[in-house]
Write a protein of this length. Structure first.
Length: 604
């Protein structure tokens, strides 16, 4: 559990960020593991950590590389840390990594979006320089999360073919930090929040390692203590509680301390927002009030950095979301950085938190089916490797996401998969098990969903019975009924929504959009023009407004983003309301006018 508490520096904890410019080497033939590269690299170039390695150099072979890449750096461990437990922690490495220090393996991790840590005490020289080598692999298969495949071309080049419509960025994507922790310490914290009129409640459970007594203090935003307790579990009561609300966040700090005979051993702060989430009929309730989702599906994506963490970009995105009147996002199609989630907590941004389970079908088959109006012909869930290794990888991704993000007030729902082929008969038992597994993991019992795609319309989806909220990705007027037919797209969407509303559950439209080249204007409109994008949005909004069960709209996408190379995309997906460098298209102003008239509780 050491990796899942965010590395805050406190009175008892020391954190050193060793990110920066590291040595880097491409492993063209995946030979480095057998050739002893773990002991040190030769023939290296330079690479930024954190970042995606794909877009930094001018080499196409590196951008599209399939397989292993290697990193190396050197670091000191202070002599005064010898009496502590020392770890190296990676915010993420996509999609799997093994870490060696002074030639010894200290940790290996599978899953490209979660933190992991390895203990260093037995392998480092305190007070001396130490060498760390990391191998990162980006390969995909039917049984990986996310999914894809690898093809080998006539010239021997191996190419990754993702089963998803965004670039398979890889590398060390988030910060790398050394942690010096007390040998007896706080290992995990779990909170549940509730309120009754003006009385707030924070139920807590604390796991501690080693000896010591646990005490807890809850501080308000001015640092004043508003409640205290003793013991590893208990209830903190707050008079005149200030609730965490969409767009109006208030965060208390739960300060957990571990002491022995009155001497402080460890201390850890956790920000806590008091709020409730539940579904009643076709309503989605936050703090017992009906909530209406306004916002976007999004990506961690920017020029040069790829999926690498960027603090400035996160702040810019938050500013744009506030400007446009958005109150929510979905972390499509993988968990975002811990720092982004912390910002969402502070800003009152509501988050549908999604696992990396994307590509559970063949993406090209989906495009072809959508273009012809046909049903998917994928056999993804019939595969034995998907039902076994794929299922286990999916459960592992869910478990890690819930461990990392269980305490975030901003998280109101978990999306367990994006656009799986739920038209298949074999998808039903698969998702029955996935949802049963997930329901046992979240202490807060937040609503669960998966995101339904166009080729499993109402009446054909075999997994919707397991969800608490129906989430739909629909492109009436783009992938189907485009051009002149678009004038009837809203009516066709409305007809399908009538069917879904019979399920008696809330409906959130988690994707709807049209590719648009910024600066392309046409009167009358044509597809790819900014005028067409606005007309398309009007058709969709007409359908939403006619269906009382619809409790949210999240346009695809917040900003243009990079995809794999191909004739269906012009240097990426252009469905953004903003360009990739975060400037508005006409559609951004169009959405702002609509969303400024809709408050967070659905009044239009």
């Amino acid at each position: 559990m050491t990796a899942f508490l965010y590395p805050h520096e406190t009175r008892t904890r020391r954190i050193v960020d060793i990110s920066g410019i590291w040595k880097f080497r491409l492993d063209n033939n995946n030979e480095g593991r057998a050739s002893g590269w773990k002991d040190g690299l030769t023939d290296t170039t330079l690479m930024a950590v954190p970042s995606s390695y794909n877009d930094i150099t001018t080499e196409k072979a590196l951008r599209d590389h399939c397989g292993d890449v290697w990193y190396e750096t050197e670091f000191y461990v202070a002599e005064e840390w010898q009496m502590r437990d020392v770890f190296v922690r990676f915010g993420s490495a996509t999609h799997r990594a093994t870490v060696y220090v002074n030639g010894e393996e200290v940790v290996s991790h599978d899953g490209g979006y979660m933190p992991f840590a390895g203990k260093l005490n037995d392998v480092v020289q305190f007070g001396e320089k130490n060498k760390m080598v990391v191998v990162v692999n980006n390969e995909l298969s039917h049984s990986t999360i996310p999914a894809g495949t690898i093809v080998k071309h006539a010239n021997g080049t191996r190419e990754i073919k993702p089963f998803f419509d965004f670039f398979n960025y890889a590398g060390i994507h988030r910060a790398v930090k050394l942690m010096a922790l007390p040998t007896s310490r706080i290992e995990d914290i779990t909170v549940l929040t509730d309120f009754d009129q003006d009385l707030g409640k924070v139920d807590y459970q604390i796991s501690a390692l080693g000896q010591g007594d646990v005490t807890v203090a809850l501080l308000d935003e001015e640092g004043k203590t508003v409640a205290t307790s003793e013991g590893n579990e208990g209830v903190l009561e707050i008079d005149n509680v200030k609730l965490w609300q969409p767009g109006n966040a208030y965060l208390y700090t739960l300060q957990a301390s571990l002491s022995d005979d009155g001497q402080l051993i460890d201390q850890y702060p956790l920000e806590v927002g008091v709020r409730t989430v539940k579904v009643e009929g076709t309503k989605f309730l936050i703090n017992n009030e009906p909530f209406y989702f306004k916002g976007f599906g999004k990506h961690e994506d920017s020029a040069i950095r790829g999926r690498g963490y960027d603090a400035a970009l996160n702040l810019r995105d938050m500013e744009l979301l506030e400007w446009i009147g958005a109150n929510s996002i979905r972390t499509s199609h993988y968990p975002y950085s811990e720092e982004f989630m912390q910002l969402a907590d502070r800003k009152g941004l509501v988050v549908i938190n999604e696992t990396p389970a994307v590509g559970q079908f063949d993406v090209m088959m989906n495009f072809m089916s959508a273009a012809t109006g046909g049903q998917s012909q994928s056999n993804f869930f019939d595969r034995p490797d998907v039902q076994t290794q794929g299922m286990e990888a999916h459960k592992h991704a869910i478990a890690e996401l819930f461990k990392r993000d269980k305490n975030h007030a901003c998280v109101v729902m978990w999306a367990l998969s994006n656009e799986p082929d739920t038209s298949q008969e074999a998808s039903e038992p698969y998702f029955k098990e996935i949802f049963s597994y997930a329901r046992e993991l979240d202490p807060q019992h937040r609503p669960l969903t998966l995101v339904n795609f166009m080729m499993a319309p109402y009446g054909t989806c075999r997994a919707h019975q397991y969800v608490d909220v129906i989430c739909l990705n629909r492109y009436y007027g783009w992938y189907m009924m485009g051009g002149l037919e678009m004038d009837n797209a809203g009516n066709m969407f409305a007809m399908e929504l009538q069917g879904w509303s019979n399920e008696g559950k809330p409906i959130v439209i988690t994707e709807y959009g049209a590719d648009t080249m910024a600066g392309m204007h046409k009167l009358p409109s044509v597809q790819w023009s900014e005028e067409y994008q606005c007309e398309y949005l009007d058709q969709q909004h007409m359908a939403f407004d006619g269906c009382p069960a619809v409790v949210g709209e999240q346009m695809w996408n917040f900003a243009d983003f990079q995809t794999w190379e191909g004739i269906m995309r012009v240097d990426g997906n252009k469905k953004g309301a903003f360009t990739r460098d975060r400037q508005p298209k006409m559609s951004a102003h169009h959405l702002k006018r609509r969303w400024d008239k809709i408050d967070s509780f659905g009044y239009k």
